[in-house]
Design a protein around this ligand. Sequence first.
Ligand code: PRP
Length: 212
Amino acid sequence: MNGGVLNVALPKGRLGEKVYSLFESAGFGAPDMEKNSRKLIFGGGENGLRFFWVKPSDVAIYVERGAADVGVAGRDILLEYEPDVYELLDLKTGVCRVAVAAKKGFRDDKRRTLKVATKFARIAQEYYNAQGREIDIIKLNGSIELAPILGLSDVIVDIVETGTTLKENDLEVVAEVAPVSARLIANKANYGFKRELINDICRSLAERSVRE
Ligand code: PRP
């Protein structure tokens, strides 16, 4: 393998595990990878790939700044932070969507400013700007579904995967905002230096992601 060590930022958690399996089955695993470990860095030996486990919303920052050459981030993160990176491949995993949801039976009173709770301030703002709807964004970091239940907001803009969280909290989708899946991204300068290896990985991952 040419081009030296390639630093790969993977999102910690369920998506990261799926994505790592994809790398492994494409022949790019790390021999020392351990499951259920608190270690954050694996690989970097013979194989040439060094994996970092990063908070999912931080992957794009590591890649944009060049601390990682490539990484895997959800399209939601790319839409929200608009990092200056190359988007190389749709890995077709981690498929979900950003949606507007509210309490069952919610009716939007257009005379009032709509209170929107979300982790995705930019995505929400752009969505409602396009509709000319005035909103007040309430930025939260998790458990967004609580906001309309407790009257903190009228609606939420959040990730919906299976829909279970909404259902179990008596909420429902009001509108679809954007489809999401995991994307392979690359640092722009480092891509120039390590193009051959990155393209090689990209091709192998593309074959696997179609099959799985
Ligand atoms: C995400 C999202 C929803 C949930 C949707 O939360 O914010 O709460 O998953 O999944 P579902 O449709 O399959 O139920 P996450 O687990 O990332 O935690 P969070 O509360 O920190 O956002």
